[in-house]
Write a protein that binds this ligand. Structure first.
Ligand SMILES: NC(=O)c1ccc[n+]([C@@H]2O[C@H](COP(=O)([O-])OP(=O)(O)OC[C@H]3O[C@@H](n4cnc5c(N)ncnc54)[C@H](OP(=O)(O)O)[C@@H]3O)[C@@H](O)[C@H]2O)c1
Length: 323
């Protein structure tokens, strides 16, 4: 794929992608955003990553989400973006909304994990180098750290905004009580909490049950759902093609890799639920994936869904949810 990339002129057409305001802010996010947790690492074919990102950009999916340790190898998804920026997307930098995070394990020793100022500051500098960017649009604290004073983590986020290395900040996987503290602290320091990133899908509804979504809606904080397809469970990936089987595990699927999705999750109860939802989806002329994404997008306070894709055709099917 050596030809010079020229983005599709139709990429912002209304029938291609729609955009939603991210809480009380000036930022509009595409309702479908692209996550780089899997499929963009050093173990993955670069040309496939390139095809997926070109397809995404050509279809108005302009928000791309990273973390320092996405890969595998840790850091390599960000390196893939660095190559893609150099090859295809540099002319379009101002059309992209790029996020990254720090909070989980990244490097050895006491300064490569959790929520210290030391870790967050150093990690963002490393991310920018790998991504070949001067700044990210959004930087997240990737998880709540019960041992670091919240003020230390939050002041680091304030200072990151002041430094210009990130334009906005967000938090991910923080409990409600700490989310309240984060919102207030940042607000007092003239930084608005742009967005909360949490796992919301038809099988995992904690952000709703715990009141995170209501809090975000009340305070004007955006909400983006990660793993909206439950890593592929809420698609037809594992549903059997033949009636004699209970399920299938395609050789190229995330479950076949066995690290983050395990075969033991496919219990009779779960398979019953999936079959029921699949029938409802087909009854509406939708795929289960489309049905599951539409469900998330309909929940109060949800700005965008952050999908993963291992092929262009998956992303293409998922785009149907915004039509
Ligand atoms: N903040 C956090 O702690 C956190 C945690 C997890 C994820 N995230 C973010 O959320 C993003 C998305 O997470 P995720 O990858 O778990 O999301 P997901 O959308 O729930 O799952 C994506 C996987 O589902 C399968 N899939 C997607 N579309 C499909 C379709 N139409 N038909 C059949 N299968 C389909 C593919 O699996 P196969 O590989 O099997 O093809 C794909 O890799 C991540 O990349 C990351 O940016 C954040």
């Amino acid at each position: 794929m050596n030809e010079i990339y020229s983005a599709a002129p139709s990429r912002y057409n209304e029938d291609v992608m729609s955009y939603e305001r991210c809480g009380k802010s000036g930022v509009l996010l595409p309702r479908l955003s692209l996550g780089f947790w899997h499929n963009f690492g050093s173990v993955d074919p670069f040309e496939r990553s390139r095809e997926i990102t070109r397809y995404a950009f050509d279809h108005g999916i302009v928000h791309w989400d990273f973390a320092n340790n996405y890969g595998p190898r840790y850091g390599s998804a960000e390196e893939t973006l660095g190559r893609l920026m150099d090859l295809d997307f540099r002319p379009y930098r101002d059309e992209l909304f790029i996020s990254t995070k720090a909070g989980f394990d990244m490097w050895q020793g006491p300064y490569g994990n959790w929520g210290s100022r030391k870790y967050l500051m150093a990690s963002l500098d490393q991310s920018l180098q790998r991504m070949h960017l001067d700044y990210v649009d959004l930087f997240y604290s990737h998880r709540y750290d019960p041992e670091t004073p919240l003020e230390e983590t939050l002041q680091a986020l304030v200072d990151i905004v002041r430094s210009g290395k990130a334009l906005y900040v967000g938090i991910s996987n923080w409990p409600l009580h700490a989310t309240r503290v984060a919102y207030d602290y940042l607000q007092k320091h003239d930084v608005h909490l742009l967005i909360y990133q949490g796992k919301l899908n038809m099988l995992s509804r904690e952000p709703q049950d715990e009141g995170i979504l209501d809090f975000c809606a009340e305070k004007g904080v955006g909400f983006i759902s990660f793993s909206p397809l439950a890593q592929g469970l809420l698609t037809d990936r594992y549903l059997p093609k033949e009636q004699t089987q209970d399920y299938q595990i395609p050789a190229d699927s995330r479950m076949a890799k066995g690290k983050f999705l395990k075969e033991s999750m496919l219990t009779p109860e779960l398979l019953n639920k999936l079959r029921g939802w699949n029938d409802e989806a087909l009854g509406k002329g939708q795929s289960l994936a489309e049905y599951a994404l539409r469900w998330v997008l309909q929940q109060r306070g949800v700005t965008s869904v952050l999908v993963g894709a291992s092929s262009v055709s998956q992303l293409e099917k998922n785009c149907l949810c915004i039509k």
